[in-house]
Design a protein around this ligand. Structure first.
Ligand code: C2E
Ligand code: CA
Ligand code: CA
Length: 758
């Protein structure tokens, strides 16, 4: 708040009052001074209001209307003063001056309405406050100005009407001031309160004038003139001190402002009670008192109702918040907090009433890959669809929750078979999820733990740990499967943790990782090449990739293993000078996503002087390749390295994959070969793959050949190359060397002699 305008206004008003009361100069000079000073104050107020209006928000017309109000008032004063000071004739009542004077409350009211248009609508309470102020002020006015005016009825109806108009417009204006001041925010309050005081001073002087006029005792230079002068100066101060905060978003109204409408109520009621003794006034006073009491009563009833409504709203909101605190916003499932709560309760019931409890823990396979390669919207889509499928295959009494990330849980609180539920969940997740018409796998690994009625009670943490161990075991078993907790799992996992620390140790990688090589033969006989298969030496024995690769994947060191295998493969190729013998190496999507993979591989080939086309990189069909991995594959192919699509037909989108990723070799999975032992088994899938491969210009290697029957049939169908235990198991390097040196063709079978050679 700026102090200077206030001080200036206070000094001016003080001086003005002093001159009027003490009259240091003669009566005539005092009158002249009064008239001129009043006109000056009007001009000042009109000027500052207009200036404020020009500078404020165009939607806020308050100051514009106020400028007009003071201009009108000033015009009225000017007319009055002209009669008094220049024409030297008594101004008649009513006169043209009254038009200006009465225009003032009209414009001032418009000003307040303009400001109130920006207030939040609380119509009922505003109306009630308005009614309360209006009845109180009317009662007050009746007892004072209004009553006197009415009783001293003038001879002309016009004069009577104009006389009444003063106190009535004052009541309306004061009512509006009181109602609005109570509702503006603190930011705009200083200016508005100043304005309220200004308008109140105006209204008081006005009413006093109406009273004096009615009783014929008004003279220029009366104390009433101080109110008008002060009102104009205060309006100017208000205009200057409005810090441009025109938007009046109210903060919580202060207690004082809430009680503001009761001030006129108390005044009106006291005035009414006081004047009950006066027989001229008592009927109106009683009506006034009754009306004021009635409005106060309604206001209280309304406030009570409003409080009840607010309380109800708060209660509902609290319930909603409680709901939110227990649901996962993305999927709408229960969240971790609610799941823990329910689990704790279920375990209590197990302890007390021997009730069964089962927990199913589910973790999506390759979810990180989906997020990284297809983006978060795709990831979210997968999570939402998985949630839907989980809810669909469980019963309504089961708690299905998302614990966070791609981890879900189901709590079963009855004797239901948890293995059965797990099987249903796996089936439900077999189908990929569609994201923008694109299929995205939503497979998962599941761990379950069950407490039956006779089992010893355990804690919530232990129950979850059991399910977690089982889930971990499922991941290890090759994923997209369910494992039930058994005490032996803990030992197996401890063993796995050993393996984990070995695998993440770079020195161990150099010594413990070796390769076995499985021969691949051309359909017409000669040795074509080998597939390098990783072996890890752990505790003195070779353990299979099916066991250690998931560990490496979880430890994030799959790329190290892949690169080491490529090094081993290239070393081997360099030893076999026969340019016709090639080597297949399996590479994970993780490794391919690394942009440095192409140059790294080509550098190794170059250093060992091995032709790039002797290296075949096998990519699993079910591995999701992101854009970076697709670029790596294209880069390798451009340099002459060949690409094979491994385990073809076991993924979810074989054709899609071929379109996205041009390859040189398709490896038909043994899943399609093993049934061929049965002579009646159909061969249409393999035949279709062969047709497709021909159309795309790829060679076909058929894997997993274990007997002569299978070999004969796949050769008859036209496969280009064959691989399998029948033709040769994965073997150590020395044996592979011997095979290359001897250049022995693949073993022939009697069955095969029946079919035309390829
Ligand atoms: P894969 O690429 O499909 O490799 C063929 C697997 O089938 C090998 O198992 C092999 O020993 C086995 N196999 C070969 N012929 C037959 C047969 O006639 N009958 C049966 N039942 N099995 C046969 P292995 O060595 O245990 O490898 C398992 C999987 O591990 C491989 O499947 C491959 O996906 C992955 N893998 C192996 N080495 C590596 C590697 O260095 N890096 C990566 N990323 N993955 C590897
Ligand atoms: Ca392979
Ligand atoms: Ca394979």
């Amino acid at each position: 708040m700026r102090r200077r305008p206030w001080a200036a206004a206070a000094v001016a008003v003080g001086a003005f009052a002093l001159v009027l009361v003490v009259r240091p100069v003669g009566a005539h000079a005092t009158k002249t001074f009064d008239d001129l000073a009043t006109i000056g104050s009007d001009v000042l107020a009109a000027f500052f209001c207009a200036r404020r209006w020009r500078r404020s928000d165009p939607h806020d017309r308050m100051w514009g209307w106020l400028a007009l109000a003071f201009a009108a008032w000033g015009a009225g004063d000017a007319y009055w003063s002209f009669d008094e000071l220049i024409a030297h004739r008594p101004t008649p009542f009513p006169s043209v001056a009254d038009v200006g004077y009465l225009a003032f409350p009209t414009f001032a009211l418009l000003a307040l309405l303009a400001r109130s248009a920006q207030l939040p609508r609380t119509r009922i309470s505003m109306t009630l406050d308005g009614l309360l102020c209006a009845t109180s002020l009317l009662t007050l006015s009746w007892v004072t100005a209004l009553g006197a005016v009415a009783r001293n009825a003038q001879d002309s109806a016009l004069a009577f009407g104009v006389s009444l108009a003063y106190p009535i417009t004052d009541v309306v204006l004061l009512t509006a001031v009181l109602v609005i001041v109570g509702r503006v925010g603190t930011g705009a309050r200083t200016a508005l309160v100043t304005l309220a005081v200004s308008l109140s001073a105006m209204a008081l002087s006005d009413s006093a004038f109406a009273y004096l006029n009615a009783t014929g005792s008004y003279r220029t230079g009366s104390a009433t003139d101080i109110g008008w002068f002060a009102a104009a100066l205060l309006a100017a101060v208000a205009a200057v001190s409005d810090d441009g905060i025109t938007a009046t978003a109210p903060d919580a109204p202060t207690r004082a402002l809430v009680w503001l409408p009761y001030v006129p109520a108390v005044l009106g009621l006291s005035a009414a009670l006081y004047s009950v003794r006066d027989q001229h006034k008592n009927d109106v006073a009683i009506v006034g008192a009754v009306l004021i009491s009635a409005v106060v009563f309604s206001r209280q009833v309304f406030a009570m109702r409003e409080n009840t409504r607010l309380l109800q709203a708060v209660t509902e909101q609290r319930e909603e918040l409680r709901q939110q605190a227990f649901t996962d916003p993305l999927t709408g499932l229960a969240n971790r907090a609610l799941f823990h709560d329910r689990l704790a309760h279920a375990l209590d019931l197990h302890r007390r009433d021997m009730r069964s409890v089962s927990v199913l823990l589910l973790d999506l396979d390759d979810f990180k890959l989906v997020n990284d390669s297809l983006g978060h919207p795709a990831g979210d889509d997968v999570l939402v669809r998985v949630a839907e499928r989980l809810s669909a295959v469980t019963r309504s009494g089961d708690t299905v929750a998302r614990l966070g990330g791609d981890e879900f849980a189901v709590l079963l609180e009855d004797d239901g078979d948890v293995a059965d539920v797990a099987a249903r969940v796996l089936t439900a997740l077999d189908q990929p999820v569609l994201h923008d018409t694109r299929p995205v796998p939503a497979r998962a690994s599941i761990g379950t733990a069950q407490l039956l009625p006779g089992d010893a009670p355990i804690s919530e943490a232990e129950m979850l740990q059991r399910a977690d161990l089982a889930m971990y075991a499922a991941k290890r078993q090759g994923r997209h499967c369910a494992v039930q907790y058994a005490p032996t799992l803990a030992g197996a996992i401890a063993d796995e943790l050993d393996l984990w620390s070995e695998i993440t140790d770079a020195a161990a990688l150099a010594t413990n990782l070796t390769a076995h090589f499985q021969p691949i033969f051309r359909a017409d006989g000669p040795l074509a090449g080998f597939e390098a298969l990783a072996r890890w030496t752990h505790g003195g024995e070779h353990i299979s990739p099916a066991r250690f690769l998931p560990v490496a994947a979880r430890a994030g060191v799959l790329d190290r293993i892949d690169r080491r295998m490529i090094e081993i493969a290239i070393e081997q190729l360099a030893r076999w000078s026969d340019p016709a013998v090639w080597m297949s190496v399996n590479v994970s999507a993780d490794s391919l996503a690394d942009p440095s993979f192409v140059t790294w591989t080509l550098d190794r080939l170059h250093a060992a002087v091995v032709a790039p086309n002797r290296l075949v990189i096998e990519v699993l069909e079910r591995d999701l390749l992101g854009d970076a991995a697709v670029r790596t594959v294209a880069g390798l192919r451009a340099a002459g390295v060949r690409i094979a699509l491994d385990d073809f037909g076991t993924g979810y989108a074989a054709l899609n994959r071929l379109q996205q990723l041009p390859v040189d070799v398709i490896k038909v999975d043994r899943e399609f070969v093993s049934p061929l032992t049965d002579t009646a088994a159909p061969t249409d899938v393999i035949a279709a793959v062969l047709t497709l491969a021909r159309a795309l210009g790829c060679a076909v290697v058929t894997e997993g050949i274990e007997d002569a029957q299978q070999l004969g049939r796949v050769i008859a169908l036209g496969t280009d190359a064959v691989q399998g235990y029948l033709l040769g198991r994965p073997m150590p390097a020395e044996q592979a060397d011997a095979l290359v040196r001897a250049a022995v063709p693949r073993p022939r079978t009697s069955r095969e002699d029946l079919v035309p050679s390829a």
